[in-house]
Ligand binder design. Structure first.
Ligand SMILES: Cc1cc2nc3c(=O)[nH]c(=O)nc-3n(C[C@H](O)[C@H](O)[C@H](O)COP(=O)(O)OP(=O)(O)OC[C@H]3O[C@@H](n4cnc5c(N)ncnc54)[C@H](O)[C@@H]3O)c2cc1C
Length: 422
């Protein structure tokens, strides 16, 4: 394996274009968007939809561009750059404003679930809409009030109606990112969908867990609440109830029968191997924003960090800033390794969780340190440091908390199964 530290051209191009978006479309409205929590920023969403289409990709779609291209077996195989480009796009947009990045139209976790566990027919049926004329959203509904980290506690039930050959789904989901925009029909947006996790056989435990695609507007589904949050406030997070919702038989992702093994469940969990490094990339973007802001504020005050001096000659503040730089750069290297492995079709569950743990840790520490060392400027709402501090923590919560990802890492290193180490 050769290691290159230079970005390939397509990656550099993606970064360059999105830097302009971050500078001009995000930063100027960051504060306003944070304060208007439940308002929908239509102009940003429409702009991003057109921009992403023009660039030939969907930063929010979580479907790596190269994955969509047909492979010519006669040509030598070229490793994909899809996930590497996505990670760079997400890092850059999150540097601009992570809440706004999260509202960038696209398939998000819903599309990633279809991509990971759907058949090729399902991928065609459900994913094409994200490159259509209108901005479109999708969401994943896994969490319930008694089932967050422990997905085996999911109570939502899917029963097959033998007469109509439809699934009938009943349950309550909470904290669904983009749940409102994915389910409720807005004339400005295309028809989205929810991917809902339910059990087809509660006695079978995880082996009975499946996910189902529920189209926007399906009767029986209701968005019951929009959360008021500490950070990423511009992104809607919804509670959703499902009351005997009828779903076509062919909308189940994975096998409709319960096998003795948890292979089906593991297949669906593979969604996270692809998405955890991407969430980690967003954390790195927020951390880098805070670090750069601190350096800018210091330099305006005439404080220049003297890199290269022996540690004992540095001031406490210089040491802090250098520590912050080390944290940001090491987390980024872990993200790059995990997405490179995804692009090269190498199993990356270990590296994926490692990158998420590291990013969740460093983004909370770096943004906290930024608020601390800038004193009143860090705490004031006049600047964005306090906002980034609030935006940071979610990196360590969704897509598996820091503790759960540490368990995944430990299981892989020590060779334990999920039931042996939990
Ligand atoms: C803004 C936001 C957006 C979200 N978006 C989505 C979404 O789109 N879709 C979705 O399905 N969910 C979403 N979630 C839910 C999120 O995935 C869960 O909050 C997360 O999985 C943790 O579950 P929980 O909140 O039930 O906490 P719990 O599982 O109850 O955990 C509470 C604490 O205990 C720790 N803990 C739990 N088990 C262990 C263990 N075995 N060992 C050590 N520590 C443990 C956890 O790390 C945590 O610190 C979102 C949450 C938030 C806040």
């Amino acid at each position: 394996m050769t290691i290159e530290f230079e970005n390939p051209k397509p990656v550099e191009n993606a970064r360059f274009l999105l830097q302009t978006v971050a500078d001009n479309m995000m930063r100027p409205v960051s504060r306003e968007m944070d304060e208007k929590e439940h308002e929908i920023p239509y102009s940003y969403i429409e702009f991003m939809h057109s921009a992403m289409k023009a660039m030939g990709s969907g930063a929010g779609s979580l479907v790596a561009e190269d994955e969509k291209k047909e492979v010519d077996p006669a040509k030598p195989k070229r490793a994909s750059l899809g996930y590497q480009i996505l990670a760079n796009q997400l890092e850059m947009l999150s540097w601009g404003d992570v809440g706004m990045y999260l509202i960038t139209p696209g398939g998000g976790l819903g599309a990633a679930a279809v991509q990971a566990a759907g058949s090729s027919e399902q991928k065609t049926r459900f994913l094409a809409r994200f490159s259509g004329d209108k901005p479109t959203f999708a969401a994943m509904c896994m969490t319930e009030s008694q089932a967050g980290s422990d997905t085996s506690a999911i109570r939502t039930r899917a029963v097959l109606d033998e007469k109509t050959k439809e699934w009938v789904i009943t349950g309550e989901k909470i904290f669904v990112t983009a749940g409102e925009k994915s389910f409720n029909e807005h004339p400005e947006f295309g028809k989205g969908f929810l991917v809902v996790w339910a059990s087809i056989d509660p006695a079978a435990g995880r082996a009975g867990m499946r996910s189902f695609v529920i189209e926007a507007g399906t009767p029986g589904v209701k968005v019951t609440k929009l959360e008021s949050k500490m950070g990423i406030r511009v992104r809607d997070t919804a509670a959703i109830s499902l009351d005997a919702v009828r779903v076509p038989f062919e909308n189940i992702l994975g096998s409709p029968t319960v096998e003795k093994t948890t292979t089906g469940f593991k297949g669906a969990m593979a969604t996270f191997d692809a998405t955890r490094p991407l969430v980690a990339a967003t954390g790195v973007g927020v951390a880098r924003a805070a670090l750069e802001e601190v350096k800018k504020m210091f330099s305006e005050q005439g404080v220049i960090i003297r890199y290269g001096l022996p540690r004992q000659k540095l001031t406490a503040v210089e040491r802090d800033v250098i520590e912050m730089e080390i944290m940001v750069k090491s987390a980024w290297l872990m993200v790059l390794k995990a997405v490179w492995m995804a692009d090269n079709k190498q199993p990356n569950a270990l590296e994926s969780s490692m990158s998420k743990v590291k990013s969740g840790d460093i983004v909370t520490k770096v943004t906290q340190k930024a608020v601390e060392i800038m004193g009143p400027l860090g705490y004031s709402r006049e600047f964005l440091l306090e906002k980034w501090f609030r935006d940071a923590k979610i990196t360590d919560i969704y897509e598996g908390t820091g503790q759960i990802n540490r368990l995944v890492v430990a299981r892989h290193i020590l060779g334990y199964s999920g039931s042996e180490l939990r």
